[in-house]
Design a protein around this ligand. Sequence first.
Ligand code: DNO
Length: 397
Amino acid sequence: MRETWRWFGPADEIKIAEIVQTGAQGIVSALHHVPTGDVWTPGEIAQRKREIEGTAEAPTGLTWDVVESLPVSEAIKTQTGPWRDHIAAYRESLANLAAAGIEVICYNFMPVLDWTRTDLRAPVKGGGTAMRFDLLDFAVFDLHILARHGAEADYPEALRDAAARRFAECGDAISADLARNIVAGLPGSAEHWSLDDVRGALARYDGIDPDRLRANLTEFLEQVVPTAERLGMRLCCHPDDPPFSLLGLPRIVSTVEDYARLVESVPSPANGITLCTGSLGVDPGFDPVSFVERLGEHIHFVHLRNTTREALHFGRCSFTESAHLAGDTDMVATIRALVAEERRRAGAGRADAIIPMRPDHGHALLSDLDRPVMPGYPLIGRMRGLAELRGVMAAVG
Ligand code: DNO
């Protein structure tokens, strides 16, 4: 597998020279400053490429391998407003990226919120911090802070009661943090949301059920996959994180069946999957090995991350992000299955036999705790993750 590292661009606290020292081979990046729906221009793309790769006289040794994400606008997801213009812009951005030699494009189709956590700095035994999702805290937010209309129906009575007690006991102390953690905005993005922004964004999904959202995803794919295929690119959809409905929103990329439907809806080598073990692995029914065995040929990008599930409530649960080789996902078995897929591809003469992977998230450890870092994206914690995964890849490869 090709070892890549997510870099948020010049605004990232972690510098390219530091990433070189992790041993990563490639970079995953995006033009986070370009508003969603706008075209990524050749000039902006060339500049980011230079920042990553250096110049002919002074190369960094890294290459820009994957775009994560070329974001899909809310207009496209809901098919409202300027969604057709946004699709045209998406195709133009793809063409500009292809001209710069970038082939793998990650995106997601999660309504409103990207990944969601309730605690960005939960202490880890022995030192350091991890990100956590606590369903009880989330219910406190949904029922009492956001006070979403109809939220009661989404939680069993016992959880509603526990949330009411928790809010009564420590509402004042936790409200601001919870709201900030949950709606702090998307990683690497400049957007910051107020509660009213969230309410407004949720209202756009009134009347959009999972079937309707699926139809909108299919339409999006029908519009962009032929372009990507012609350009020799590979789109890869990132799963919902966590893989269940939140805030009453439909979630349609949460299971192996969702992915089977996605790839079958518009069959093409350009219509693929980002396998994120950290997102999908929160579902107790998720089996990464059978996922790779069934859909491996469509996997264009891999996020390796681990989680430990806690209490389960009707298909949803709390979880903590674990060290990469700890947690509920059998990382060795997963990597073995991915390496077997790479061998199958090489045997079939596929040009994309080597699949880019990145260590997804990491605990904040050691000197990470002394510098500002993007939640989930510290230097030392991710380097530890990459080093552990590299060891497994070397052993099974
Ligand atoms: C979280 C990431 C996601 C991912 C997007 C892809 O850390 O894995 O934010 O980048 O969902 O579109």
